[in-house]
Design a protein around this ligand. Structure first.
Ligand code: URA
Length: 190
């Protein structure tokens, strides 16, 4: 395990455990407050994230930021955002199970150091890995699951909302549920 964030980040940035390291420009470790009570977990970096080294900075990220602001959350202040895989899968394909398996160790270390009260999984891949393997995101987004003392919720991936804007009200509803849960169980997020 890692004693400091610096140690964790340095090790993660040098990772060559899977072949995604060969095509990456940057390892996208995560962004936000390392004392956050709320963690967001996405699938993996896309092109913009790979080039800039930060999660959710493309179109989907802009939508995510708007939804966050609407419930008084801010990626640079009171949440932490990371992904299941830290390096971009070529052509934005789904990360392979073996890539997820290798990379999840970094996420486990991040969760351990942050010790969040709430984890929000963005999209099917993250929710399937973190909440339960057979999760049906269209039916089960917005529901709370408890695992290891952490409250967890799956949300629609912002890229899916961009593809089908009719899903926006549903997506926004989930952010309101998140705000309620934060008010209920968090001490210093708001
Ligand atoms: N989609 C994700 O799941 N993660 C990112 O960081 C960007 C887009």
């Amino acid at each position: 395990m890692y004693n400091t964030w610096e140690e964790l980040k340095t090790a993660c940035e040098q990772c060559e455990k899977c072949e995604l390291c060969k095509t990456r420009h940057n390892v996208v470790v995560g962004v936000g407050s390392e004392n956050a009570e709320v963690m967001f977990i996405g699938e993996g970096p896309g092109e913009n994230e790979d080039l800039q080294g930060e999660p959710f900075v493309g179109r989907a990220g802009k939508l995510l930021d708007k939804m966050l602001v609407a419930v008084d959350l801010d990626r640079n202040k009171n949440i932490y955002i990371a992904n299941i895989v830290k390096c971009r899968p070529p052509q934005n394909r789904d990360p392979k199970p073996e890539e997820q398996e290798q990379c999840i160790e970094w996420l486990r270390a991040q969760v351990k150091m942050i010790n969040p009260k709430i984890i929000v999984c963005l999209g099917r891949i993250a929710a399937g890995r973190i909440i339960k393997s057979d999760i049906k995101i269209t039916k089960e987004h917005g529901l709370w699951f408890e695992k290891g003392g952490i409250q967890m919720m799956a949300m629609l991936h912002p890229a899916a909302v961009l593809r089908d804007p009719r899903r926006k009200p549903d997506a926004f509803d989930d952010f309101l549920k998140l705000r309620d849960k934060i008010n209920e169980i968090c001490d210093h997020t708001y």
